[in-house]
Design a protein around this ligand. Structure first.
Ligand SMILES: [Zn+2]
Length: 317
């Protein structure tokens, strides 16, 4: 946007300079022309020093990951006037149940047929349900939702689970961009994510833990990391890249040797309400009991009033 405005200014100066040459040859006009040319040079150099935008971008692998990754931080920065970009990296062809939703330990029972079992919803329906939930959640934050549409290593077809690499997977040919893990080695796909960074020039980008835990989380983080590095190489303004402290970073050994020590602590006490109102929109995952779901997955001493991150890259200095 700034680039276009700069170009527009240059264009106006050029027109003005041309008119002056045609109409008069006075010294004053020449001086004005010199001044305008210098001003144009200044604009060009200004373009190279373009700054990041007041924008926070969170890359969640699955439809409900933005909230659990950084929901409070996201709400806080948006409240401070930042533009929020809610990124859903994967197209969610797996991971949704009919009956017994939510299905986490300790959840209140929900069933239409009184069946004690959970039944997987098929792939396209899951993708649609979860995208609709993500749209509602992004609206709670006042953020712009972006769906990158990468695939997971399996999808659900009715009651049947179909894994990547099997004959059936090839026959069904599920829709979407490549498998997220493979996308990380395709420059075309890294450039696709880079285009998003180019568009928003975010001051803050938050990703899952690199190499930390679930394959989809780690790879969604990795493709964003690769795009972020490329943005820096290409002098595209991007600020800070933070990752969550999960998986091995959060476990005993990395806590003892301090590899997993967060350097960014965000007080999100006043934004927990927004975080969980958004999270509760993912009914297919938590049944509207987002906080219980989060707490059931964490250690007993987990404090959701502070969100912690590790700086991966700080390009703002
Ligand atoms: Zn996830």
């Amino acid at each position: 946007m700034i680039l276009n405005r700069t170009k527009f200014k240059d264009y106006k100066n050029l027109k003005l300079g041309t008119r002056i040459i045609n109409n008069t040859s006075s010294k004053i006009s020449r001086l004005i022309l010199v001044f305008l040319l210098l001003f144009s040079v200044h604009l060009v150099s200004g373009q190279q020093e373009e700054k990041t935008h007041k924008c926070i971008m969170v890359f969640g692998a699955h439809a409900d990951d933005v909230e659990s990754l950084a929901g409070g931080t996201f709400a806080k920065y948006i409240a401070m006037g930042y533009e929020g970009i809610y990124v859903d990296v994967i197209n969610n062809l797996a991971g949704c149940n009919l009956e017994k939703t939510p299905y986490f330990k300790g959840a209140l029972p929900f069933t239409i047929s009184n069946s004690p079992h959970a039944y997987p919803v098929d792939a396209l329906e899951t993708s649609q349900i979860r995208e609709e939930e993500a749209l509602k959640a992004a609206a709670v934050f006042g953020a712009r939702p972006v769906f990158l549409n990468y695939k997971e290593p399996w999808f659900s077809m009715g009651r049947k689970r179909i894994d990547y690499g099997t004959k059936l997977y090839g026959q069904y040919a599920p829709p979407g961009r490549p498998l997220i893990a493979l996308a990380t080695i395709m420059s075309k796909e890294v450039n696709f994510v880079l285009d998003l960074l180019k568009l928003h020039k975010p001051e803050i980008v938050i990703i899952h833990t690199l190499g930390g835990e679930k394959l989809d989380h780690g790879n969604a983080a990795y493709i964003a990391y690769l795009a972020f590095k490329k943005a820096i190489d290409q002098k595209i303004p991007v600020g800070k890249l933070w990752m969550a402290v999960r998986g091995w970073f959060s476990e005993k050994y990395a806590q003892e040797n301090e590899r997993g020590k967060p350097d960014i602590l965000i007080d999100v006490k006043d934004f927990l309400k927004t975080k969980y109102v958004a999270y509760n929109k993912h009914i297919s995952q938590n049944g509207g009991f987002g906080r219980d779901y989060v707490l059931s997955n964490r250690k007993k001493n987990y404090n959701d009033e502070v969100e912690e991150f590790i700086t991966v890259i700080d390009n703002s200095k």
